[in-house]
Design a protein around this ligand. Structure first.
Ligand code: FES
Length: 175
């Protein structure tokens, strides 16, 4: 987790830990309501100019961890291939801005942004090579946050409103 202060890290971990005590309620309601608005709020600007390929950066926004991943060209190509193992490959049921409703679930092919909380019960998955793996009940997501059929989570990761300002990312505002 880059550039997060100790209090930030504690808050993010508390948010992640909420999965065991009721955070699941929030996520279950989100995952079954694709018409609900994606998260917006007070904007947080993050400089991503020096974010290396393959690096996952986590920032706190509205008390939740937001992931920023710069994907490699090979990873982008792999995501664009059909994958029958995905539960919702076209993100028909996902909570995300319309501008990100594409295969890569992003405004830019290289930069992936998502709320870093599992849609099952809100634990924090970890980057594990070419996918994210949730430690709680082994739900698995690809590098576009699309959930695999294996595991209890059935909804793709939530994507918040965001836009680019050059090489700065503004989380909380639509493009
Ligand atoms: S919280 Fe259950 S699989 Fe992630």
């Amino acid at each position: 987790m880059d550039h997060a202060s100790k209090p930030q890290r504690r808050r993010i971990m508390l948010a992640a830990g909420a999965c065991a005590v009721g955070g699941g309620t929030l996520f279950l309601s989100q995952q079954h309501n694709a018409t609900k608005s994606w998260p917006h709020g007070d904007p947080l600007t993050v400089d991503i100019a020096n974010l290396p390929e393959g690096k996952l950066k986590t920032v706190e926004w509205q008390g939740k961890p937001v992931w920023i991943l710069r994907r490699r060209a090979t990873e982008i190509s792999a995501l664009q291939a059909a994958n029958v193992a995905l539960a919702d490959p076209q993100s028909a049921q996902s909570l995300q801005p319309p501008a990100t409703r594409n295969t890569l679930r992003s405004l830019r092919p290289d930069i992936f942004v998502a709320i870093g909380l599992c849609t099952h019960q809100g634990c924090t998955p970890a980057l594990n090579g070419d996918h994210f793996l949730c430690p709680c009940h082994t739900s698995k997501y690809d590098l576009a946050g699309r959930v695999f059929k294996v595991g209890p989570a059935q909804a793709n990761l939530v994507i918040p409103a965001y836009r680019f300002d050059g090489e700065r990312l503004v989380i909380g505002e639509d493009a």
